[in-house]
Design a protein around this ligand. Structure first.
Ligand code: SAM
Length: 278
């Protein structure tokens, strides 16, 4: 069998996986979802032909979106995840015993259902008793939240269609109002090697809306260019100054990528990216 599946990552860049088995296909009013078993990367979820995650490399992204803010906030009790319907981000948040409430707001129930059916290694995140799932638009949901969340994680698709508003300054203002006193926002912010104008705009907005804003980086081999960025913004905590080494050490042995050293290294921004930041 010689079946290949391809994502057009940009107009001029593609990634292809050789497929062992086509596992499932579903469509919702928002998007279509395909699940494959691939030779080198295990199970693969695509939404509208864009790679969301693979079994082999999802840990880079999910560990980094969760553990950087969770080792920086002084008392993280209430965590809100917007997007992230596969469950990988909440799986990582749930490793922190001091967190009491994990709420996830995913717009598309189909993503949760497909993940539960085919991707147990990430969907296990939904099994934690502290997790509450809302099927709703995160942009609307956040507008009704005031002073409610210690950490908000934006685990979204790319800034198109119903996810586009998650990258706008108005949305970041609503997030700031939804955060408690020492609140932290972390958002996935795309690939700095090629998405340069987008990165400039996102970080300029974060810088205007929050007193503290920083970028950090992680490899995600199956995302465009392999080098991914995250926006960290807060009402006070700084990911370098306020990093809790003991909390990071307590995760040792449970994770594949995140450590205290990874944390510091991720926040070291090389010159070709530094020049995009305010
Ligand atoms: N890590 C992935 C990436 O960067 O490619 C993202 C994974 S996760 C599956 C992204 C989720 O965000 C999708 O399931 C999508 O339905 C959800 N999403 C997009 N826009 C949303 C919105 N406005 N409100 C809530 N969820 C949203």
């Amino acid at each position: 069998m010689n079946i290949w599946v391809t994502e057009d990552q940009t107009e001029n860049l593609r990634i292809s996986f050789r497929v062992k088995t086509i596992l499932d296909h579903a469509e919702s009013k928002f998007q279509k979802c395909d699940i494959y078993d691939t030779f080198d990367f295990g199970r693969l979820m695509m939404l509208d032909n864009v790679v969301m995650l693979t079994e082999r490399d999802e840990f880079f992204y999910h560990e980094m979106i969760a553990h950087v803010p969770l080792t920086v906030h002084p008392r993280p009790k209430r965590v809100l995840v917007i997007g992230g319907g596969d469950g990988g981000t909440i799986r990582e948040v749930a490793r922190h015993s001091e967190v009491e409430d994990i709420t996830i707001v995913e717009i598309d129930k189909m993503v949760v259902d497909m993940s539960r059916k085919h991707l147990p290694f990430v969907a296990c995140g939904f099994d934690d008793p502290r997790v509450t799932l809302h099927i709703a638009d995160g942009i609307r949901f956040i507008q009704e939240q005031k002073n409610a969340w210690d950490i908000i994680l934006i685990d979204s698709t790319d800034p198109v269609a119903f996810a586009e508003g998650l990258f706008h300054s108005d949305f970041y203002t609503s997030v700031r109002e939804a955060l408690t006193e020492n609140g932290i926002l972390v958002a996935q912010t795309e690939f700095p090697l090629l998405s340069r104008n987008l990165i400039r705009d996102i970080f300029s907005s974060l810088n205007q809306v929050f007193p503290v804003s920083r970028m950090y980086l992680a490899p995600v081999p199956t995302y465009p260019t392999g080098l991914w960025s995250f926006g960290f913004a807060s009402k006070g905590p700084d990911p370098l100054r306020d990093f809790n080494v003991q909390r990071a050490a307590a995760l040792a042995g449970k994770l594949k990528y995140y450590t205290g050293d990874t944390h510091r290294h991720a926040l070291t921004i090389p010159p070709f990216i530094r020049e995009l930041l305010p």
